[in-house]
Design a protein around this ligand. Structure first.
Ligand code: ADP
Ligand code: MG
Length: 640
């Protein structure tokens, strides 16, 4: 007898379930997406024990007809696609018809549903994928799906579940994100008897961001508004008509002062679907290139919308990855939109200094997840496991009465209290009225640099200046670095670099590897203001250098550039390399700290800085200016 056997449906379903249902949050994701696809405007999610004991989703969507309710548990049963061509333009979140059978095969599932057209509803009950009953019952319109004892019949999977807090954090993060994608809908997430999230319908994304994150986070963000770009597709044999495709971008990105050590604060939605995507991630990093340090990430909440034909969502089992038909167009659209926005709004860093970004584990969804998990790890390392049936610790915000942000970038505001019972984050209403336009106060931008009056220096290193909107402190070295960086790049672009010829050529010894790098970058090096040539084995002769660089710095500068070429920049483009060179030249040539400046020089520096494209950060991503806002000065003196 041969060895190959066809797996029974039951086993096959369990294997497929492994792809779709990884953890309780994946169940919530699939059910939530189904509710959204069903047009629900009010979605309530209840969980117990991090979703292992119970997950229940109640929606007011279209519901299912009796026959459909049974059919929904057949593999590949879906109402969302009918033929293979539909796969090319998927507008719904679901489309494979796999979620319900997969979830049902690893849990005890109860479906209660009624459409508006039918007078009675349907109840379907399954356990481990087996149908137990299907009855007619009196139900409200909409759908309730209750999933109990997840993985009760797959012990191997159950073992891999993380702590209750972790699973709960994943769920909370997921629901939060979907609530951001749908400001006009109500979402409620309840753990046991405690509400973790409760948001009512609001007008737009900004209001929802405020509900979810609070006022102080909103202040750190710049609203992208709505930007779009058209792409014209050429005429082809299949498409005789020229086609126009529109890509639109909405959302929020952080000011450069917000620096995160990982991607957890980047939320990408493509056509309303929460995804992880390298291409878009790269575009975002490119937008912040030279604005924040290379290993840091911004906060970003981005909604990209495009024609369904432009994006393939059928790439990954859990539908968290996509593939774009015109990837580089999308990439450049995103990068340029965000870069232009940052350039135009010139957000300034306020005092006190931004908190240093904290290293954190790479979690799939957000720092909210991180926050809950960190607390758990730090404070509750010894509490008995989730099976003990203990209540969760309290999470409250201090002070509870004041309108405080739900999630906070800088200071720690969530406090754990081990004795009291329920876990609680404040409900959004505690934020009070929406503060209108205050966060986009135009005086919060670097435009006000232009009318600053320099008063003097501290430690011969930082310029103190008075402005209409407060007191400013400018780091003279990085400010000058920014000015020179842009100057070098502009001169390079126009082919008119200022060069100084050296009286005596400098002869540099290099390693074999540096010699190879030199051969690769020599043309660029000479185009950006050096005059160099190979001079025998492993030596380079330098006969000229950019005018602004002091003779004593030239040798160090060239080794630094060779190091860049050799190290991290090896895989980078010529453009990146050029920016790297310009940053090195600027750094070597810029006024040092501990240098006394007279009034004329300070004036010149501030004027030149205000004329740069990006006066908010040096080419290595450090902030250039800090402002002590008038508002805070008045507050400090108890005048407001
Ligand atoms: P898919 O979402 O890929 O179509 P699912 O297995 O998630 O597959 O769901 C199967 C079908 O069940 C859906 O196509 C839809 O018709 C129906 N369905 C699931 N959940 C709901 C719901 N909350 N409200 C109405 N219909 C639903
Ligand atoms: Mg689905």
């Amino acid at each position: 007898m041969g060895r190959i056997r066809i797996l029974s449906d039951n086993v096959a379903n369990k294997i497929a379930a492994g792809e779709v249902v990884e953890r309780p949050a994946s169940v919530v994701k699939e059910l939530l997406e189904n509710s959204l696809d069903a047009g629900a405007t009010d979605i309530r999610i209840e969980v117990e024990n991090g979703g292992r004991r119970l997950i229940r989703i109640t929606d007011n969507g279209c519901g299912m007809l009796r026959d459909d309710a049974m059919l929904a548990f057949e593999r590949h049963a879906t109402s969302k696609l009918s033929d293979v061509n539909d796969l090319l333009s998927i507008a719904t979140l679901g489309f494979r018809g796999e979620a319900l059978p997969s979830i049902a095969s690893v849990s005890r599932l109860l479906l209660e549903t009624r459409t508006a057209q039918e007078t009675t509803g349907t109840t379907v009950e399954l356990a481990g994928g087996k149908l137990l009953r299907c009855d007619e019952s009196a139900l409200a319109a909409g759908t309730v799906i209750t999933v109990r004892d997840l993985f009760y019949n797959v012990p191997a999977r159950r073992k891999f579940l993380r702590s209750e807090q972790t699973e709960l954090a994943h769920i909370a993060s997921l629901v939060t994100h979907y609530s951001l994608a749908h400001p006009a809908k109500s979402f409620q997430l309840v753990n046991g008897v405690n509400e973790l999230l409760g948001v009512t319908p609001v007008e737009d994304l900004r209001d929802r961001v405020y509900q979810v994150f609070g006022a102080s986070v909103l202040e750190e963000l710049v609203n992208i508004g709505y930007r779009e770009k058209e792409m014209r597709l050429g005429v082809s044999a299949e498409d005789p008509e020229p086609v126009e495709r529109v890509f639109a971008l909405r959302g929020f990105v952080s000011r450069p002062q917000v620096q995160k050590m990982n991607r957890n604060s980047v939320f990408l939605f493509v056509n309303g679907r929460l995804i992880r995507d390298r291409l878009l991630m790269h575009a975002l990093s490119a937008a912040y290139h030279n604005l924040i340090p290379p290993a840091c990430y911004p906060f970003a909440l981005l909604f990209l919308d495009c024609d369904c034909e432009e994006v393939d969502v059928n790439v990954h089992p859990s539908k968290t990855e996509v593939r774009f038909r015109h990837g580089s167009f999308v990439h450049d659209f995103l990068r340029d939109s965000i870069r232009e926005l940052l350039m135009a709004s010139r957000p300034v860093s306020n005092l006190p200094l931004p908190a240093i970004a904290q290293p954190a584990a790479d979690l799939p969804y957000s720092e909210f997840t991180q926050r809950i998990e960190n607390h758990h790890a730090n404070e509750y390392a010894v509490v008995p496991g989730p099976e003990s049936g203990q209540d969760l610790p309290v999470l409250t915000l201090a002070p509870p009465a004041a309108p405080v942000p739900r999630f906070d970038f800088g200071t720690e505001s969530i406090r754990l209290d081990g004795n009291a019972a329920p876990m609680r984050l404040p409900v959004p209403d505690s934020h009070g009225a929406f503060p209108g336009e205050s966060f986009s106060d135009p005086s919060q931008t670097m435009h006000s640099l232009m009318d600053l009056r320099p008063l003097g220096q501290i430690h011969d290193s930082f310029i103190i200046a008075a402005g209409r909107d407060g007191l400013w402190i400018i780091d003279q070295h990085v400010a000058h670095e920014r000015i020179l960086f842009e100057k070098v790049l502009k001169q390079r672009a126009s082919g008119r670099v200022e060069m100084q010829q050296l009286l005596m050529p400098i002869v540099l010894q290099v390693t074999a590897s540096q010699q190879l790098q030199y051969a690769r970058i020599a043309d660029e090096l000479n185009a950006i203001g050096f005059d160099t040539e190979p001079f025998g084995t492993r030596t380079i002769a330098v006969k000229g250098a950019p005018a602004s660089v002091g003779a004593g710095e030239i040798e160090k500068l060239i080794s630094e550039i060779l190091e860049i070429a050799e190290g991290e920049m090896r895989s980078l483009s010529m453009d990146d390399l050029r920016r790297g060179m310009a940053a090195s030249i600027a750094c070597r040539a810029a006024i040092k700290i501990n240098t006394r400046l007279d009034q004329t020089k300070m004036n010149w520096l501030l004027t030149a800085l205000s004329a740069t494209d990006y006066p908010m950060a040096c080419p290595h991503g450090r902030p250039i200016a800090l402002r002590y806002a008038m508002k805070d000065i008045l507050k400090g003196f108890h005048r407001i």
